[in-house]
Design a protein. Structure first.
Length: 231
């Protein structure tokens, strides 16, 4: 089985699952204290997504910032995006990817209303960052871009952040995430599943989801509620 087919099968297993189910599945495999990203990494708006981790790391820009104004600053800024704050990982996005950006905690809006749509157009399922990393937040919400982050930021990239590496292990919210790991995110936050145990975790998580649906369905009947999409 090639990697793309393996990814497709993993996504089929995880797409129905909630973060809570996956957390339970991780417990069943002995990962009680691993996988859950820090609770400060929250959804920009209430949504859910799962995908295959595609990772990149950005570092603080060491400076100095140029003493330029107006058109001269525009020229320098354009060069900055072409050579320093670059997005080489974006050209490699495949359908089903979850973009995982280690921002080194920098307060900067690396992703916004325009380039997030470029990611979605290439098949990305969502974006996870451990800093700001997000600006134009009103438009991102309106466009329903699935984003999980610590905070939003007004600031552009130049003189603040630089691209470092892609397709490497990164640390977000106290969890090491490797390219190819499974990421599930919803209103409960974000969880990362090591690829080596992903099938077994999904098996136990699916069992927990089935039990939850059955128990809640019975209570809906007692309450006289009509079944909804969570059933």
């Amino acid at each position: 089985m090639d990697l793309r087919e393996e990814n497709r099968k993993l996504l089929e297993l995880y797409e129905p699952l909630r973060v809570a189910d996956v957390r339970d599945g991780m417990d069943w495999m002995g990962y009680h204290h691993y996988g859950t990203l820090d609770r400060d990494i929250r959804p920009l708006w209430r949504t859910r997504a799962c995908g295959i981790a595609r990772t990149a790391r950005y570092l603080p820009f060491e400076g100095p910032a140029p003493l330029l104004r107006g058109d001269a600053y525009t020229e320098w800024s354009n060069n900055y995006y072409n050579t320093i704050a670059t997005y080489p990982w974006m050209q490699e996005i495949e359908d089903g990817d979850m973009i995982v950006l280690d921002m080194s905690g920098v307060d900067v809006g690396l992703m916004g209303s325009d380039n997030t749509l470029s990611c979605l157009a290439k098949g990305a399922r969502g974006i996870i960052t451990n800093g700001g990393g997000i600006r134009d937040s009103d438009e991102c919400i309106l466009q329903k871009v699935p984003i999980w982050c610590r905070f939003v930021s007004q600031k552009m990239d130049q003189a603040r952040i630089r691209f470092s590496e892609k397709n490497i292990p990164v640390a977000l919210g106290g969890v090491a995430i490797y390219p190819g790991d499974i990421i599930v995110a919803d209103g409960d936050g974000v969880i990362a599943v090591p690829r080596a145990v992903a099938v077994d975790v999904a098996m136990y998580a699916s069992r927990e989801l089935r039990n939850d649906k059955a128990n809640r369905r019975a209570k809906y009947e007692v309450l006289g509620w009509a079944p909804d999409e969570t059933m």
